[in-house]
Structures are given as structure tokens and as C-alpha cells.
Ligand binder design. Structure first.
Ligand code: LLP
Length: 416
């Protein structure tokens, strides 16, 4: 599943001792395994090889340029949601012909940037957006290819903040409106409305909601084709869940087995947009215990990483396993205590883990917050004026600093 394992009671990333990295680069520190990233990408590629999909890694999950470059070199396309992500994608050497652009609030400036750069497809989320893209493309004298993001109105069992394919969510276009758009596509003189897209949510561990959504979308496409409308692109989004603790998510193969029979019947080219599946288990956040505060009702391990470094526990109540870099074997003489692992930020919601058992935890100990490769650094902030962490990528026994730690002067360098 990943390449973070104990060797002689010390936690390693591939063949590199993580404690050594913490010593060299300081904490809090994100550490990533190149091998884990590529293994997950390749697993998906192999599972779907019958339809040779375009796999557009979702940049928002982990947007580091070195990581994007590594996936682009492997043949990945990229799924973006902003001008900033387009900038990163191009900087990482992505071919614009493999870039798909989603998001409900693309501004005119962003639309112009993406059209000028010859992006492959816009995943369009509303009628007014479609009109805006048409108008910008007309002004630039170009024809832009678009897919309609369909909201299939299916329920995906996941956290309410990360479900996106239900009719109450702000995402996508309902099927009836989408059908009308396709039927009247001639109105949009500067657009080639050539595809459908859906993305029903994130951290989905069961293939059923995907199958339901794809079945609806495939039926919709068959209807269009019966009316003589050709659909060239069929984008099934991302959303594959991973293991944080006890989940038993579908594997890439199980996912493919469930959805391929539907996809193979289509004449369209398939696109996938995985984010978490590729990056989630590929990174950990390393942090140091500053104080152990043993209060009457609760014990706190106060660490040097906080909600500004990893917001998922605070925002979604997300569970991340926390492992000591040096695992102390249990002996009866050792102190076993439960701790809340909390950061220095001035909010009670600033916690990384709650009520976790540690053997003989000491001040100065190093801990790894596991499965922090997706929506970790990319959602980090400088709240409480805490400079952002550094990031290190391990590759075949060597570690490379891919983001240096921010300094105090970085905190204010855009302020006038
Ligand atoms: N495609 C679209 C259009 C998306 O909006 C997303 C994620 C993805 C693909 C990739 O989804 P994934 O394969 O990673 O599930 N911050 C939350 C997750 C938000 C997901 C947003 N959209 C978290 O930390 O759990």
C-alpha cells in the first residue's frame, strides 16, 4: 500500500530513515515517497488498460511542482481548478493537450489564460459559464472544446463537505439542462461541446455510487448519440477512497472491474481524475513533541505541527494514524498513556489526532502523521503567522528538498 515501514523499530520512507530527514531539514516536515506515487498511478493505469484512459492527476490534492513533473513524465495529464493550478501545470511541463479544467467559478481572466494555452477541455459547470467561455473564445478567434459536468444526483457515502454529485451540491449541470445544451449547441459558435464529465465526491470507498453515476451518464450519452450527437470524451472524475485506518476501499482493479463493462460500450475516450488515490498514502507529516501536558482529565502531546499544516482533522474530523518514528516495544515498566496530539495554534479545534495510545512518549520524540500526502500541504496556511513546512521527496535511497521551509520574511513579503 505504501513505502513507509519500520526497520529495526525505526520508521523509514523507502530506504531512508525519516528521523535523519527530520534532523537535517527540521520539523514540521512533509516526506513523500516517489515509489508510492508512481505505484498508485501505475496500478490505475494497469487496471484500466483495456480502455487506455487519459489519467489526469488532480493537482489540488498535492500541487508541488516536482511531484507534478514526476507524474507528467510518467505520462499523466492534469486536472486543474484555477489559473494558479494551470500555471503550476505548465511550469511542471504538462502538455496543455492533457489538461482538463473544472470548477464552478472560473473568471474571465482564468478562462482567457486557459484558452490561450490551448487547454484540452473545460469541464463546464453552468450555462452562464458556457456563455462566458464562448464569448472569450470568440474574442480570441479560437474554438474551445468543452465537456459538461453533469450532476447525476447520486448519493456517495462520504463526509458531507466532500460529496459533490447530489442535486443539493453546487457542482455540475442537471441532466435535463445538459440535454438542452447539447441539442442547442449550435448557439455556442466558438465551442466544441464534445464531452461529459462527472465527479461525485471524494474518499468514496465503495464502487456502487460510481457505477450508479456512470450508468446515468452512459444512458444520457446513448440518448444523445441516438439523436446524432457525438460525444468524444467521457470523464468519470476522481474520488477513490484510501485507507486511513480501518477502511476497506475498492482497489484499482475492483473499481475497474465494476465500471469497465459500462465504459467499454461507449465510443468515447475515457478520462480519470484521481487525486487522493495517487498521493494520499504517498506522504507523511513529521512533527516533534514540544511538551507533554498531563492534565487531570486529559493528556496532551503538544507538537510543532498544527491545523495550519494539516487541516483535515479540524475541518472534517478526519482520522490520520500517528506513529512514533522510533517504536518503543512494550514492557511492563513502560508508561502507556492516551494523548490528544495537538498543535500550538490558538484554537481548540487545532488537533491532529485524539485519544491515541502511546508507549513511553517523551518530549522531543518525533511522530509521523500518516497518509498526509493528499490535501495536506496543499491545504496548508500560515495562520497564527506560522511559516509553512518544508517538503522532501525520497527517491531510491536519496532525499531531495522540493520545498524549502518558509521564513518569517516570506510571511510578509507581499505586504506593502
Ligand atoms: N476532480 C474534481 C473535479 C474534483 O473536484 C476533485 C476533488 C478531484 C477530481 C479529485 O478527487 P480525489 O480523487 O482526490 O478524491 N479536501 C478534501 C477533499 C476535497 C476534494 C475536492 N475535489 C479532503 O481533504 O478530504
Amino acid at each position: 500500500m505504501h513505502d513507509f515501514k519500520y526497520r529495526h523499530s525505526e520508521l523509514y520512507c523507502e530506504s531512508v530513515n525519516i528521523a535523519r530527514l527530520a534532523k537535517k531539514y527540521g520539523t514540521p516536515l512533509y516526506v513523500y515517497s516517489r515509489k508510492t506515487f508512481l505505484d498508485h498511478y501505475r496500478k490505475l493505469q494497469a487496471a484500466f488498460r483495456d480502455v487506455r484512459p487519459l489519467i489526469c492527476y488532480s493537482v489540488k490534492a498535492n500541487s508541488n511542482t516536482s511531484i507534478l513533473r514526476m507524474l507528467v513524465k510518467e505520462g499523466a495529464g492534469l486536472d486543474i481548478v484555477s489559473g494558479g493550478e494551470l500555471y503550476r501545470a505548465l511550469r511542471a511541463g504538462a502538455s496543455p493537450r492533457k489538461i482538463v479544467y473544472a470548477g464552478v467559478g472560473k473568471t474571465e481572466k482564468e478562462i482567457e489564460y486557459a484558452i490561450r494555452q490551448n487547454s484540452l477541455l473545460f469541464n463546464v459547470e453552468s450555462l452562464p459559464e458556457l456563455r462566458a467561455i464562448d464569448s472569450v473564445a470568440g474574442r480570441l478567434g479560437k474554438t474551445q472544446a468543452c465537456a459538461l459536468r453533469i450532476n447525476p444526483d447520486v448519493k456517495a457515502k462520504t463526509h458531507k463537505y466532500i460529496t459533490t454529485g447530489h442535486k443539493q451540491n453546487k457542482f455540475g449541470i442537471d441532466i435535463a439542462t445538459a440535454r438542452n445544451i447539447f441539442l442547442n449547441r449550435g448557439q455556442f459558435e466558438n465551442l466544441d461541446i464534445a464531452g461529459v464529465h462527472t465527479h461525485i465526491g471524494s474518499q468514496i470507498v465503495d464502487a456502487r455510487p460510481f457505477v450508479n453515476a456512470i450508468r446515468k451518464l452512459a444512458g444520457f450519452v446513448r440518448g444523445l448519440e441516438a439523436g446524432g450527437i457525438r460525444v468524444k470524451w467521457f470523464n468519470i472524475g476522481g474520488g477513490l477512497g484510501i485507507i486511513y485506518s480501518g477502511e476497506r476501499p475498492q482497489t484499482a482493479q475492483e473499481y475497474a472491474r465494476a465500471v469497465l463493462p459500462l465504459l467499454k460500450k461507449l465510443n468515447a475516450r475515457i478520462i480519470l481524475e484521481p487525486g487522493r488515490f495517487i498521493s494520499g498514502n504517498s506522504g507523511v507529516l513529521v512533527t516533534k513533541v514540544i511538551y507533554l501536558k498531563e492534565a487531570p482529565r486529559k493528556n496532551f502531546a503538544i507538537v510543532d505541527a498544527a491545523m495550519n499544516d494539516l487541516i483535515r482533522p479540524s475541518l472534517y474530523g478526519a482520522y490520520h494514524e500517528v506513529l512514533p518514528l522510533k517504536s518503543a516495544p512494550y514492557t511492563t515498566s513502560k508508561k502507556i498513556r492516551n494523548y490528544d496530539v495537538v498543535g500550538p495554534v490558538c484554537e481548540s479545534g487545532d488537533f491532529l489526532a485524539r485519544n491515541r495510545r502511546f508507549i513511553d512518549l517523551q518530549e522531543g520524540d518525533l511522530l509521523a502523521v500518516m497518509s498526509a500526502g493528499a490535501y495536506g500541504f496543499s491545504m496548508s496556511s500560515v495562520y497564527n503567522s506560522r511559516p509553512r513546512a518544508a517538503e522532501v521527496l525520497v527517491d531510491a535511497g536519496r532525499a531531495r528538498l522540493i520545498t524549502r521551509r518558509e521564513t518569517y520574511s516570506d510571511l510578509v513579503h507581499t505586504e506593502r
